[in-house]
Write a protein that binds this ligand. Sequence first.
Ligand SMILES: [Ca+2]
Ligand SMILES: [Ca+2]
Ligand SMILES: [Ca+2]
Length: 140
Amino acid sequence: MRSHPQIALGLALGLAVATFAAASPASAADFDGDGHEDLVVGALFREVEGFGSAGSASALYGSEQPLSTNRSQFITQAAPGMHDETWYGDNLGWAIATGDFNGDGRDDVAISALKENIGRHYGAGVVQVLYGARDGISLS
Ligand SMILES: [Ca+2]
Ligand SMILES: [Ca+2]
Ligand SMILES: [Ca+2]
């Protein structure tokens, strides 16, 4: 049986159990603009700071070496740039899209939180955009 790199990566990072890792969204883009593709993977059921299924995403940065966890970022709604807070069942990482949204030459990432509450609209959902920067995805 051929090894599926997304499953192997999910297991290596402990992002989710294998069945969910197979379904975790992932997208490749160059967030730090160094010419090497980087990878962001969602883990929508991950517990974060005690909040079940808050969800997260992890970015791995490419280089001339094989992709590894040596240079990575852990992205949750607790990051200052997220304009929200981690909570039960937000499911951050449900969907991921990348592109250079602000035209600065570095790719950016949009990450959805499927069941984010917006005011009294429970489970309305939200998409949060984080911009690429010289050191990687900006979380501030
Ligand atoms: Ca890169
Ligand atoms: Ca939230
Ligand atoms: Ca950009």
